[in-house]
Design a protein around this ligand. Sequence first.
Ligand code: SAT
Ligand code: MN
Length: 593
Amino acid sequence: MSEPKRASHSSVPATNAKLSAWVDEVARLTKPDRVYWCDGSAEEKTRLTEEAVARGVLLPLNPEKRPGCYLHRSNPTDVARTEHLTFICSREREAAGPNNNWMSPVEAYAKLGRLFDGAMKGRTMYVVPYLMGPAGSQFSKVGIELTDSIYVVLNMRIVTRMGRVALDALGNASDFNRGLHSTLDLDPEKRFICHFPEDNTIWSIGSGYGGNALLGKKCFALRIGSWLGRHEGWLAEHMLILGAEDPQGRTSYVVAAFPSACGKTNFAMMVPPERFKGWKITTIGDDIAWLRIGADGRLWAVNPEAGYFGVAPGTNFKTNPNAMKSIARDTIFTNVALTPDGDVWWEGKDGEPPAELIDWKGRPWKRGSTELAAHPNSRFTAPMTNNPILSPRADDADGVPISAIIFGGRRASTVPVVLQSFTWSHGVYLGATMGSETTAAATGKVGVVRRDPMAMLPFCGYDMGDYFAHWLRIQDRLTNPPPIFLVNWFRKSPDGKFLWPGFGENMRVLEWILARAHGEAGARETVVGAVPRAGDLDLTGLDLPADYLAAAMTVDRDEWRAEVESQGELFGKLDATMPAALRLERQLLQAKL
Ligand code: SAT
Ligand code: MN
């Protein structure tokens, strides 16, 4: 068998023998025509982009309207994460827990090995070194993704710190995540996303989409990351990180966990309403947080990512002006619609839909059509440096100290706009039992309530009960634990209207949360937690019927009785490892109700 050729303009960094040996081993299996080592340079970006355009992978958008922007249309059967094809391949089935699909590593390597055998014939295998987290940070980790998708390379270049910087961080170490990815023929029958936490390895085949294929994101930063975090004493969470500077100049940082497509990007880039003049929100991250306990006993966070892979539909200058500015240039759009003048469009973008569009499948579309022009999970990939409110500390190797933890789901009933937990373990209970309606971010039915503990159900790389125990143990090392809150922007009236306006108005809730964190605001205790009293939330200038607010804030005992009852399913499923402290929290609440 002949050795695969190496592309001429790519010098192979021969410094790391372990890395070179692994790349060679994978090349022998996948048999690419060429192996190309990415350096992350601007010159390389130009060259790979031109190649992607020539191959029809990317479509250039109008450079006057969207400079440096491109549209990608994915295969219509490959538009979201596929949780049923995602596996944790730990040696013991119990380690993966009932929350994960499990395959034995022996079986997974054999099964996927057969699919990877020769999968890259006729293709280039790109070696993508990337760093999750700021350079020089003790939080940060190196991954190498071997992929045959130029789309993946160009996206990874945006959402991670990619190329030279990662190889420099790695040096001679063998401690890197080994990611192998091939789109194969995009046949869903041959699609598997397998994680081998004991080997720090990911094998993903048959999909080119988002969280299935950009291995640094959900696969490494969350599934493998959570596993590493458990063994190394830190947390990998599905959380945004934002900074809030008050008019007195005090900046506080919060993390917030919401499930996919529930507004993390909007919250992280929020523009406070007029009434909050003098407040400044800054973004650290919009999707993932890696959290460690600092020497000062506080919780510290970094964003392992360097860009945003955000949901396009619903994004406009009213809901998220900073996202709109972030995607004005140098952005890759996936599965949105195309306007006749070479711009992008999606449902919920500003203004009337154009009379005619090319839809996300590349077919002509006319206004009034019953079909969606953009896929509901269509996305933008934009560098964080495009964000006008990017925090000056987004690259800080030490991260930022966290003043409050927020959990939030998409719930039409039961959960009030905001409540504060009584204690750390009660907060862990609220996060652990969080429910949310499913969204288009994953394939399957949309709008059904499922328990999504801490928004980590699809992303926790080990047994969920053990994960709760890890959260509980973290408190022992926190001399200064941040208070924990539960929020719900999505409560509806019986006739289906949203009771809370959301978006920038969430600033009103955030202000109360921060004031509580600093011991500066009052509250009223309910059976499920502390809620703002009338007057505690600043509602000046908010155009909202009084009965809406009251309904949005209500803690209804009947609803909560049903809620606690329905949590029984989760407790039953995780029976083997559910911490006693959380059972106790549930019993206490049951007794109070
Ligand atoms: O497709 S991703 O997993 O990257 C996005 C999401 O579901 O949050
Ligand atoms: Mn996400």
